[in-house]
Structures are given as C-alpha cells and as structure tokens.
Design a protein around this ligand. Structure first.
Ligand SMILES: Nc1ncnc2c1ncn2[C@@H]1O[C@H](COP(=O)(O)OS(=O)(=O)O)[C@@H](OP(=O)(O)O)[C@H]1O
Ligand SMILES: Nc1ncnc2c1ncn2[C@@H]1O[C@H](COP(=O)(O)OP(=O)(O)O)[C@@H](O)[C@H]1O
Length: 203
C-alpha cells in the first residue's frame, strides 16, 4: 500500500543503459533461494569473488547481514518474511538501476514473494537460482548450529521444519550443492552469464 500522495517520479539524466555501457556488462539480480544451510551464502560469496576478479561491478546482499540493519525490525512470521523480501527486492532494483550485478542470498521461502520481485524488474533482470539441497544434508551441515537449536525446541517457525519452503517451479538455474562442488556451481553460473551475454567472454 502506498501511503504517500502527491509524489512524482524524477527521471535521472544518467540511465541504466549508460551505466551498463560504462561497466561493459549488463546489470541483473542473481536471486539465490534455498533452505538454511543449502549453500546460498557460500556460493554467492564465491561467485562474487570470481565476478569481481574478472572486472564485474557487483554487490551482495545476505539475509543475516540485512537483518542486522535495514530489516532489524522484522522476524520470521510469514508477514515479516514477505516484507523482508519486498524490501530486498526494492533495494535490488535500485542496485540493478545502478548498473550492478547484484547477488542476494535469502531463504525467500514463498514463491509469490519471489515472483513479485521478478515482476518489478525488466525481462531478464531477475535470475532465480535454486540452491538445491535436501533438508537432511542441510541439517548435517548445520553451519550455524541452528538446526540443533530447533531440535532442542529453542527456535520456532524454522524453514523446512515447522515453516514452509516453496521450491521454485521455473528457476533460470538450479545448483545441486549435494552433488556439485562449490567450484562447479560457480562455473555453471558464470557460464550462464556468458551464454546469455550478461558478461563478456568466450562461449
Ligand atoms: N525461524 C527461522 N527460519 C529460517 N531462518 C532463520 C530462522 N531464525 C533465524 N534464522 C536465520 O536467519 C536467516 C534467514 O534469513 P532470511 O532473511 O534469508 O529469511 S527469509 O528469506 O525472510 O525467510 C538464516 O540464514 P541462512 O542459514 O543463511 O539461510 C538463519 O541463519
Ligand atoms: N557444494 C557446496 N556448495 C556450497 N556449500 C557447501 C557445499 N558443500 C558443502 N557446503 C557447506 O555447506 C554450508 C552452507 O552454509 P551457508 O553457505 O551458510 O548456507 P546458507 O547461506 O544457504 O544458509 C557451508 O558450511 C559450506 O561449506
């Protein structure tokens, strides 16, 4: 709902296309989604390093980090998760407008919320990457000890346990972190970005 009235959109004289030309690559959001422990942070971080090393302008937004600041007033109820993703979507849109390849690492469990972000961006600017990993393996990995806390009854509404995760139906990319190495997943995404001409490169 828009509470503001009497507001008028102001066009910038420097356009997204100008920034993309200057950067020598397109801008887009790489939207990583998956269970806690599936590998969103690890993979998006490794990919950002790789993109940075080949001269790409990037920025990465990560669930835990954003919840320390911009979204510190939000919890894990369905409504708060929806608002979390809405805000991240808006921030991502600004970053795409700024010419960046933006990487986001949020569970983003609801299909409708992800699709809403997709709908705010232009065709091809939202690249959904499903970081696929079974709940069993995520729980074995338990990088932050959160699943252990869930089993001890210390955390409620945990995604995959007592809160839903809706798998993407038609993601642009699926990485299977149970069966692919980190490097294989990074290269798979780099390959996609080259093939679809977001970044320059052979193939
Ligand atoms: N109840 C519950 N459910 C899921 N996750 C929880 C919960 N409580 C805390 N955490 C920690 O918060 C991180 C998820 O935040 P997100 O902003 O990505 O979540 S969401 O997209 O709004 O669902 C998540 O980070 P990742 O493990 O990196 O996914 C957890 O570290
Ligand atoms: N192929 C892989 N890809 C990504 N992470 C992996 C892989 N194999 C094992 N891991 C491990 O799984 C854990 C994933 O944790 P993290 O990246 O924080 O997940 P998320 O951000 O989705 O919660 C890390 O400890 C990482 O080292």
């Amino acid at each position: 709902m828009n509470k503001s009235t009497n507001i008028v959109w102001h066009q910038s004289s420097v356009k997204k296309a100008d920034r993309e030309n200057l950067n020598n690559h397109k801008s887009a959001v790489l939207w990583f989604t998956g269970l806690s422990g599936s590998g969103k942070s690890t993979l998006s971080s490794a990919l950002e390093s790789e993109l940075f090393s080949i001269g790409t302008h990037t920025y990465r937004l990560d669930g835990d980090n954003v919840r320390h600041g911009l979204n510190k007033n939000l919890g894990f109820s369905p409504e708060d998760r929806t608002e979390n993703i809405r805000r991240i979507g808006e921030v991502s849109k600004l970053m795409v407008d700024a010419g960046l390849i933006t990487l986001t690492a949020f569970i983003s469990p609801y299909r409708e919320d992800r699709d809403r972000v997709r709908a705010t961006l232009a065709q091809g600017e939202f690249i959904e990457i499903y970081v696929k990993c079974s709940l069993d393996i995520c729980e074995v990995r338990d990088p932050k000890g959160l699943y252990k806390k869930v089993r001890l009854g210390e955390i409620n509404n945990f995604t995959g346990i007592d809160a839903p995760y809706e798998e993407p139906l038609h993601p642009e990319i699926i990485v299977d972190t149970e069966n692919q190495t980190l490097e294989e997943s990074v290269q798979m995404i780099i390959q996609y970005l080259k093939e679809m001409q977001y970044i320059k490169g052979t193939s």
